[in-house]
Design a binder for this molecule. Structure first.
Ligand SMILES: Nc1ncnc2c1ncn2[C@@H]1O[C@H](COP(=O)(O)OP(=O)(O)O)[C@@H](O)[C@H]1O
Ligand SMILES: [Mg+2]
Length: 347
């Protein structure tokens, strides 16, 4: 449906040039929801804006529905843009217009007769659950309701594609969830193709079929959500996924930690669970097999697509040899293992 081929975008020139996108190849299949995640400044918004040519790529092709947008005439491009809906973090509603009038805007541009506009808006308001709010002004609505209006407006011209740029960043978790589920419903009912830009992994897990990571203008990896987080293929993707997890080493521990083994010290290890990790009770097995005691300091484990993934910080108590064998055992069972340091036990 949407295909970016070798797309690059450079803002400015010479020394001040910013390479916002570098040779991006992205495919968003028809009817799918694809999430794009990345840190701030990674190039997410630029990527989204190149899809409807709000940003013209410095290099590369944007193919939508089989048409190369970079080659379209002015008029054809304008028509094509109508088929691409867009929603933003801060709603972009007109404060002087009611809900009805905001949604009517794109329909008025299409010069639809008033009766048709009214029918269409009635259906749209029903779809987003705001039938009772037709004559309210944006300021009289909650953030979630305003985003629903923006969604209805984006859908007014019956787009084939919906581009969403951090649309839940200004909303609380519960409202976020209801907005995301609304998108999923729209995706299912209307067969709409959706590109969802976000920095929240939960959003991706909740509704995306596929996910892509963008970092420093480069698309690092794209895959099915079900296997993506548990089985990242590249080191960068692994690092990014790791950065989403929150593992903290207490300061008191850090003060007692040395980088190498010494008597009366025990390894503090970070265990990374991935999709490859067999779903066996490995920790208790290690305790039993190698007479090692394990104390868990911190854990952040997620569950998606039938696999567990995440990280765990644990101290291993035993002789140096026991601890070494235990570590080998974890590695053999596809747990990523990193010794963070050795924690001294004071008498
Ligand atoms: N209009 C612009 N002019 C110059 N630089 C820009 C412009 N828009 C974005 N950038 C730069 O491009 C990079 C990517 O920005 P953006 O796409 O907004 O990232 P994200 O949405 O992931 O936070 C950043 O370094 C940003 O400063
Ligand atoms: Mg952005």
């Amino acid at each position: 449906m949407i295909q970016l081929i070798d797309v690059s975008k450079v803002y400015g020139e010479g020394k001040k040039a910013v390479h916002a996108l570098r040779n991006i190849n992205l495919h968003v299949p028809q009817g799918k929801i694809v999430g794009v995640i990345g840190t701030s400044g990674a190039g997410k918004s630029t990527l989204l804006r190149t899809i409807n040519l709000l940003e013209v790529p410095t290099q590369g092709k944007v193919i939508l529905d089989g048409k190369n947008l970079t080659e379209l005439s002015h008029t054809d491009l304008r028509n094509m843009r109508r088929r691409i809906g867009m929603i933003f973090q801060d709603f972009h509603l007109l404060s002087s217009r009611t809900v009805f009038e905001n949604i009517a805007l794109p329909l008025e541009l299409e010069k639809l007769p008033y009766r048709k506009i009214r029918e269409r808006i009635h259906d749209l308001l029903k779809l987003v659950g705001l039938q009772e709010r037709s004559h309210f002004y944006p300021s009289q609505l909650s953030g979630g309701q305003q985003q629903r209006v923006a969604i209805a407006r984006a859908l007014a011209a019956s787009p084939k594609v919906l581009l969403c740029d951090e649309i839940t960043s200004a909303l609380d978790p519960q409202t976020t969830r209801s907005i995301l589920l609304l998108l999923k419903e729209i995706n299912r009912e209307l067969g709409l193709t959706i590109l969802l830009i976000t920095h929240e992994m939960d959003a991706v897990k909740l509704i995306c079929d596929q996910v892509a990571i963008i970092s420093n203008g480069q698309l690092i990896e794209q895959g099915e959500t079900s296997s993506f987080f548990g089985n990242p293929k590249t080191q960068l993707a692994r690092e990014f996924i790791e950065s989403i997890f929150h593992l903290k080493i207490p300061e008191e521990y850090q003060a007692r930690m040395t980088p190498t083994w010494s008597p009366k010290s025990y390894p503090l290890v970070k265990l990374g669970f991935t999709g490859k990790t067999v779903d066996k009770p490995l920790i208790s097995e290690v305790c039993r097999l190698f007479q090692v005691d394990i104390s868990i300091l911190s854990a952040d484990i997620e569950y998606a697509g039938g696999v567990k993934f995440g990280y765990l910080l644990a101290e291993l108590f035993g002789t140096q040899e026991q601890c070494n064998t235990a570590q080998q055992f974890f590695i053999q069972h596809h747990i990523q293992l990193e010794v963070i340091g050795y924690v001294r036990i004071d008498d």
